[in-house]
Design a protein around this ligand. Structure first.
Ligand SMILES: [Fe+2]
Length: 348
């Protein structure tokens, strides 16, 4: 039995400003059209037979990834359709003439690329921005505005340490990108996004002179630094008990797969999957950033490190697809070249 992943991507025109409900209908229509194109109608017998090539069979069997991405114009949508057809990847284009939205004028609204094997679909749509990510970012913004308890400590952290604030934003984006790559739901992506954003919140409890100290720590200072996971978890739960997973991630993000790291235990602790996922993104972003004691590593060098430590420090369930994702696509990270930096190394 194949273990390859079937994927379908719905490419939606963002410039039309369609209502969310309309977009959902268009996406469903595009999915159905792929099936129609894959079938044969026998009018005499009154039957419709769907051809089941392997990727379609996997997709129909429920073993698939499906995401929505966006383009900004009809020309961009046409280009995707052409690219898919040239690559022999199934592609269904939807032309809608709805009276409410388009006043009867036929309008190309979206297309479905695939189902086909994940890598074949990614080669066509992998560079397009995720529609879901926009929703996630909007949800984050709304969540942060509606929960001043969360935004205030983050602002406090920003005043304290620009590096940690920028790093937290990067980890949030990387965690959501990896979650999306793995086919996580919108709800799970939101949890990962918030977890990445808040994972180092406990640093607001670290005295500023330690946080920004340019050089090595004394044992006593390092002990204080090592308290930030516990302090972060406490801060998050004190503010909102519904942020249970972000609190767990804050507590566990320095625990390695083999039980190393901190907080330390007398036994290997089973950590939450979100903690293991954020740990990979956390270390990658830290290594790729300039620090007072070392230059930023290249992405290749950081990924080689993740590979070397997969199975000991990092859970391969997350580090292996992360490496693949970063090699396939360039996920934009914010830079802290000019920002004030704090002194400790990889994966703080
Ligand atoms: Fe940390």
């Amino acid at each position: 039995m194949t273990t390859r992943t079937a994927k379908q991507v719905i490419v939606m025109r963002k410039d039309l400003g369609m209502r969310k409900g309309k977009m959902i209908a268009q996406g469903a229509h595009a999915s159905l059209k792929v099936l129609r194109d894959a079938g044969t109608l026998d009018e005499a017998a009154g039957t419709f037979t769907i051809t089941t090539w392997p990727a379609l069979a996997a997709w129909l069997g429920g073993r698939f990834t499906k995401v929505c991405v966006s383009v900004d114009s009809e020309a961009a949508l046409d280009a995707i359709v052409e690219k898919a057809r040239a690559a022999n990847v199934p592609c269904a284009l939807i032309v809608d003439a709805g009276q409410t939205e388009f006043r009867g004028v036929p309008t190309k609204t979206c297309c479905a690329v695939g189902p086909a094997w994940l890598e074949d679909v990614d080669a066509i749509t992998g560079e397009l921005p995720l529609l879901e990510a926009e929703t996630v970012v909007r949800s984050l913004a709304i969540a942060m505005h509606s929960q001043s308890e969360i935004i205030l400590p983050l602002l406090q952290l920003k005043e304290f340490d620009q590096y940690t604030t920028t790093h937290s934003t990067n980890v949030s984006v990387l965690a959501m990108a990896l979650g999306e790559h793995l086919g996580f739901s919108g709800r799970e992506l939101r949890v990962l996004g918030v977890s990445g954003l808040l994972h180092d919140l406990g640093k607001v409890k670290i005295p500023r002179e330690i946080l920004v100290k340019p050089g090595g720590f004394t044992d006593e200072e390092f002990a204080i630094m090592k308290a930030h996971p516990k302090e972060g978890a406490k801060l998050i739960l004190e503010r909102d008990v519904r942020l249970e997973v972000p609190a767990v991630v804050a507590y566990e993000h320095h625990i390695m797969l083999n039980g190393g790291g901190y907080p330390s235990f007398h036994f290997v602790r089973d950590t939450h999957y979100a903690s293991r996922l954020v740990h990979v993104c956390d270390v990658y972003d830290a290594l790729c950033t300039n620090r007072p004691y070392r230059d930023a590593w290249s992405s290749e060098k950081a990924l080689a490190y993740l590979e070397e430590k997969s199975g000991t420090d990092f859970d391969p369930v997350f580090s292996v697809p992360f490496i693949k994702l970063m090699q396939q696509r360039s996920v934009q990270r914010l830079s802290v070249e000019d920002a004030e930096v704090s002194p400790t190394g990889g994966g703080e």
